[in-house]
Design a protein around this ligand. Structure first.
Ligand SMILES: Nc1nc2c(c(=O)[nH]1)N[C@H]1C(S)=C(S)[C@@H](COP(=O)(O)O)O[C@H]1N2
Ligand SMILES: [Mo]
Length: 324
């Protein structure tokens, strides 16, 4: 087991995103890195089995199957709900499953701000009213080097954007996650500058593959996966897919995203999955598929996570080494 872990888990996944912090937080980071190593030795996958999966939520009805789904084998509910990144609840993979249990997701509202026809606070029910939901089975590739296949339920982000009527000045969309100290124990740790912020260029946001997810399998999204509403952008590293969104702001300037603020040299604004552009501390050429049989080889990572045919055009003429 120990030998297996040490060959199977590259150091990149042990000293993962959480380690790279600003100077002020460095000492605390060192302590956390040590415990991450301990967790790595214990093995994330053994914790996977130990940690209880999310309780089953309300069934979503009238879900259509999207032709944009991958036909690859999906990961299990257990895997998808116990191996998470949601730093507001802690930086260990099993922390969200434990600490997000009590997150209050109803009522929920989303502030619509910036360059739009009518800035307003929207109740989630109004965002969802009359909207048909689709199942979108997507590949997911985390910047740390692991992957899954996830059956999201949601709707295209572009449908909401059109309804909000951005002004001609809107060039980007900035998304913000809830930051509630009473409910999110991870906020006490300065892993990132809170609240978590992510962003897309307007043409990326309007791409039909970008969705807002409200469900997983055919159920309401479990808290650890970003309930009640989260972004999913399958051709980008997982960190772009921001969870538990409370604010959508249309901007003229490129948003200052949480991971980019934390470590600009490691996490760019674009974060397109790219096997040819390594993270400064590890290769991005391959990935470990969660749930793959023990000792099976890492899989090659595909450009744009396998969605190149659909999205490469968005980046034509851009130097993807510079705009990583
Ligand atoms: N608010 C918020 N959103 C987040 C994160 C986070 O820490 N906080 N982690 C990101 C990362 S690194 C990944 S890989 C995905 C994981 O989504 P999943 O747990 O549903 O698989 O969520 C992304 N969205
Ligand atoms: Mo990630």
């Amino acid at each position: 087991m120990l030998i297996k872990r040490s060959v199977d888990i590259p150091s990149s996944e042990i000293t993962d995103e959480k380690v790279y912090l600003n100077r002020r937080a460095f000492m605390r980071a060192a302590t956390r890195a040590a415990s991450a190593v301990a967790a790595g030795v214990l093995g994330a996958e053994s914790l996977l089995l130990a940690q209880a999966a999310a309780p089953h939520g309300a069934k979503l009805r009238k879900i259509t199957k999207s032709p944009l789904s991958t036909t690859e084998k999906v990961n299990t509910w257990q895997q998808i709900t116990t191996y998470n990144n949601f730093y507001e609840f802690g930086s260990d993979k099993d922390a969200p499953a434990i600490y997000a249990k009590g997150l209050k997701t109803a009522p929920w509202s989303v502030g619509i701000e910036g360059e739009v026809a009518k800035p307003a606070i929207w109740h989630l029910e109004d965002i969802l009213k009359g909207r048909s939901l689709e199942e979108r089975i997507y590949r997911h590739r985390c910047v740390e080097g692991w992957s899954m296949v996830i059956p999201w339920v949601g709707f295209p982000l572009r449908d909401l954007v059109k309804r909000l009527q951005p002004t001609a000045r809107a060039k980007f969309i900035e998304f913000t996650t809830l930051a509630d100290y009473a409910q999110m124990p991870g906020l006490r740790v300065p892993t990132l500058r809170w609240p978590y912020v992510e962003g897309l260029r307007m043409d990326e946001a309007m791409h039909p593959l970008a969705i807002l997810a409200v469900g997983l399998y055919d159920e309401v999204l479990p808290n650890q996966n970003g309930a009640p509403i989260r972004l999913v952008v399958p051709w980008k590293y997982g960190f772009k897919s921001i969870k538990s969104i409370v604010k959508i702001r249309f901007t003229e300037q490129q948003p200052r995203t949480a991971w980019n603020v934390a470590a600009a040299g490691e996490y760019g604004f674009y974060a397109n999955v790219n096997p040819k552009v390594d993270h400064p501390r590890w290769s991005q050429a391959t990935e470990r598929h969660i749930g793959a049989p023990f000792l099976s080889a890492r899989r090659p990572t595909l450009p744009f996570n396998g969605y190149a045919e659909d999205v490469a055009g968005l980046y034509q003429g851009m130097d993807l080494r510079r705009y990583f």
